[in-house]
Design a protein around this ligand. Structure first.
Ligand code: FAD
Length: 555
């Protein structure tokens, strides 16, 4: 499909879907659903995907943003998962070099810590071996002095040494979006803000879904030969629309991250640490001038649409980090933002703690034929998707005898924007055309080769080359680009997921909301009232996040 992903194609897709029966309907536009739609469309199936909100607004924009083998999993003996994740890390580095970047991780060892030097050395050898020694680089052991040289601000007391190993950092929300755009290019019909509210059945078999368009209020029935439920933490809620007494497959847990200015922590590398409070593995990750600290892992009893961090989560992360960077003395005033995600973990009655719940996935089929994929990781989404589509292919063969190709080139075809591996080449082109280097780098890290399209918009209309917020390398042309090619439908779609200003600006970029709403209004045909209501909805979202992490004052 040559048409870009926009509000206009959304409308056209939904109209077309009301009148046709597709081979596969995917419910959920997180990374799992996106991967399935891409794989299916690349194998030639007619495919559609809907999400109740924006793409990735669930867990897939709220992760630790790591594409990793999962060093921690070695402790639990999950070797197959580490092997698969390591292979997928290599694949994603290849097909999305602008969004998935290799990064060194320092693992320091302190006396009395949960992981000793020899255990770490053995673990890292195994970690390299499980990637068949094809990771970006092999790990290196470090003496105490070596660790000090890399991270002088790290607690010196009881420091024994450590090691550097390699994984990758990514922009989870944009990886999800790029995967969906690839599916769309291969013909999949895709729409955000369309919730599945029930199932269409014939002879007791699922033959489609009842949907509510949250933009227009329209209700439609979408027909499909096979329907896949890929709704992450909401999996069991959707299964119950088909089978009200379905036993839960998941035991979701909440994971929180906070963002603080990097200079306040004083680190340069990504660090893997074990929290002195409870021994959990945690990360201190560089993100431009900021640091991401995460994560927590707590059981939850219900699955809210918009999970929020709370003061206890934030305090745990600040205290754990302060134990390693004692001079930082981080406190609540340092917190730029916080996010909470829900892990779609498989229910595992034998697990003794949330950390011990396997990160594997399961594919199940209900009596009426609804296929559900539960569990998994951002890193392994591509191989999970291939398994799901194999299952769909078998169903289609039984249905009408057709044969579906066994594999698609999902591991070699670049995602949109990832066609050039040497990103410096694209940056240099933009700089040669007169763009400031910091902006060129920022655009390339978001759009890869498509940064040129954003630059063209800015060149044609100079007002669009202005930053949305002073000092931040995010410009007006991006809003227009995102509305025309990335189906941005709300202010938060732009500021929270397609760019990450919501999380990167200490005031959640509320100052930029009116300008973004104005640009979207021109693209999407909003009235003045709607434009103002959209800006206000964004401010309300920012206020909810802030309030949740602000300690209650005594009355
Ligand atoms: P989601 O991204 O949640 O997508 C489900 C979608 O379904 C949502 O967009 C939702 O709107 C939609 N939906 C729900 N109900 C309906 C309905 N009725 N109709 C239509 N749509 C519906 N993995 C890694 O590999 N690396 C990491 O560093 C990492 N860190 C993590 C850190 C945390 C704190 C958490 C919570 C998870 C982390 N993970 C990580 C795991 C990874 O993020 C998830 O496994 C993955 O994002 C799940 O994607 P998903 O598509 O299954 O679910």
């Amino acid at each position: 499909m040559d048409q870009p992903l926009s509000a206009a194609t959304r409308r056209a897709s939904l109209e077309a879907l009301s009148a046709e029966t597709v081979d596969l309907l995917v419910i959920g536009g997180g990374i799992t659903g996106a991967g399935i739609a891409r794989d299916a469309a690349m194998r030639g199936l007619t495919t559609a995907l809907v999400d109740a909100g924006d793409f990735g607004r669930g867990t897939s924009s709220r992760s630790s943003r790591l594409v990793h083998g999962g060093l921690r999993y070695l402790e639990h003996g999950w070797l197959r998962l580490v092997f698969e994740s390591s292979r997928e890390r290599g694949t994603l580095l290849r097909i999305a070099p602008h969004l998935v970047r290799p990064a060194p991780f320092l693992f320091p060892v302190h006396a009395g810590g949960r992981v000793g030097r020899w255990t770490l050395a053995a673990g890292l050898w195994l970690y390299d071996a499980l990637s068949l020694f094809r990771n970006v680089r092999r790990h290196q052991g470090l003496s105490r002095k070596g660790v000090r040289r890399l991270e002088p601000a790290l607690r010196d007391q009881d420091l024994k040494g450590g090691a550097v190993y390699y994984d990758a950092q990514c922009d989870d929300a944009r990886l999800t979006l790029a995967t969906l755009r690839s599916a769309h290019r291969h013909g999949s019909r895709i729409a955000n803000y369309v919730a599945v509210t029930g199932f269409e059945k014939a002879g007791g078999r699922v033959r489609g879904a009842l949907t509510l368009d949250r933009v227009t209020g329209a209700r439609r029935t979408l027909h499909a030969h096979v329907v896949v439920n890929a709704t992450g933490p909401w999996t069991d809620l959707v299964r119950r629309l088909d089978e009200p007494s379905a036993t839960p497959l998941l035991r979701p847990t909440k994971g929180v991250h906070i963002v603080v200015p990097r200079h306040r922590v004083g680190h340069t590398e990504a660090l893997t640490l074990t929290s002195p409070l409870d021994g959990r593995v945690m990360f201190v990750l560089p993100w431009g001038d900021l640091s991401i600290l995460g994560t927590t892992d707590t059981d939850i009893t219900d699955v809210p649409e918009e999970p929020l961090a709370d003061v206890d989560d934030v305090t745990y992360l600040l205290r754990s980090t302060n134990a390693y960077f004692p001079d930082a003395r981080l406190n609540l005033d340092d917190v730029v933002s916080a996010w909470a995600g829900l892990r779609p973990l498989l229910a595992s009655p034998g697990a003794t703690s949330t950390a011990a719940v396997p990160r594997e996935h399961r594919i199940v089929e209900s009596a009426s034929g609804l296929v559900t994929i539960a569990g998994g990781k951002l890193t392994t989404h591509r191989s999970m998707a291939a398994e799901v589509v194999d299952r769909v292919a078998r169903r289609l063969r039984r249905l009408d005898g057709r044969s579906v190709p066994r594999r698609a080139a999902t591991d070699t075809e670049p995602l949109p924007g990832g066609e050039v591996r040497d990103l410096d080449l694209i940056v240099r082109d933009l700089v040669d055309e007169g763009m400031e280097e910091s902006l060129a780098r920022a655009l390339v890290s978001r759009y890869g080769t498509e940064a040129a399209a954003v630059a063209n918009l800015a060149r044609r209309e100079p007002a669009l080359s202005r930053p949305l917020l002073p000092g931040q390398p995010v410009i007006g042309a991006e809003v227009v680009h995102q509305a025309r090619r990335e189906m941005a439908m709300t202010v938060a779609d732009v500021l929270a997921r397609r760019t990450r200003l919501f999380l990167e600006d200490p005031h959640q970029a509320v100052e930029a909301a009116p300008a973004v709403a104005g640009l979207l209004a021109a693209e999407l045909g909003w009235s003045a009232e709607e434009r103002d209501a959209q800006a206000q909805a964004y401010r309300d979202e920012a206020a909810r996040m802030r309030t949740a992490i602000t300690p209650a004052r005594p009355a």
